[in-house]
Design a protein around this ligand. Structure first.
Ligand SMILES: CC(C)(COP(=O)(O)OP(=O)(O)OC[C@H]1O[C@@H](n2cnc3c(N)ncnc32)[C@H](O)[C@@H]1OP(=O)(O)O)[C@@H](O)C(=O)NCCC(=O)NCCS
Length: 146
């Protein structure tokens, strides 16, 4: 297995993993290939985007995508999407991907990672297992109506 930075040409293949994961329970999101590619391309278009995919030979197994953000005392990494193909989860792929990503980000001078996940999401346990801790923040939203 090898983790390397994502290239724009790889995004459609990664979008297929994204759909496989997030159109399945518990999300059942309803992504199409086009909308998934659009989301990943928009994230990747950020001038500070950083993306990493983990490969087995020529097969992508999962990816992480986000962007570095300036803070007063340095840069942190905002992780926006993470997924491992459903048929390859719980084999240590996600841990290897995040470990490689952290090494790369640290090399670049980025010293922390922020992310949002559902309080009851399966990934909550994963992130806790690999060293993430909860921050006293809440996500707020507002529906816009005409
Ligand atoms: C979350 C995800 C990226 C984890 O990747 P993975 O390859 O399945 O995880 P790993 O096999 O590397 O697991 C690493 C550790 O976390 C634990 N873990 C992983 N998924 C877990 C889960 N759903 N519940 C509890 N523990 C979990 C593993 O048991 C392992 O612990 P161990 O090393 O002590 O055995 C992957 O399962 C996934 O893509 N899930 C669906 C999408 C998702 O939730 N994305 C994040 C949205 S914010």
């Amino acid at each position: 297995m090898q983790t390397r930075p994502i290239t724009p040409a790889e995004l459609p293949r990664l979008a297929a993993i994204f759909i496989d994961v997030f159109n399945a329970p518990p999300w059942q999101d309803g992504w199409t290939l086009d909308t998934a590619i659009e989301r990943l391309e928009a994230l990747a278009a950020n001038p500070h985007a950083r993306g990493f995919a983990i490969w087995e030979q020529d097969q992508p197994l999962g990816f992480a995508l986000g962007a570095r953000e300036r803070w007063n005392d340095g840069w942190f990494f905002s992780l926006r999407e993470l997924c491992v193909a459903r048929n390859r989860q719980r084999e240590g792929v996600g841990r290897r991907l995040i470990d490689a990503m952290c090494a790369d980000l640290l090399e670049e001078g980025i010293s922390s990672i922020n992310l949002q996940t559902g309080i009851d999401a399966p990934a909550h346990s994963f992130f806790a297992k690999i060293g993430f801790s909860e921050m006293p923040l809440v996500t707020m939203g507002k529906l816009l109506r005409r």
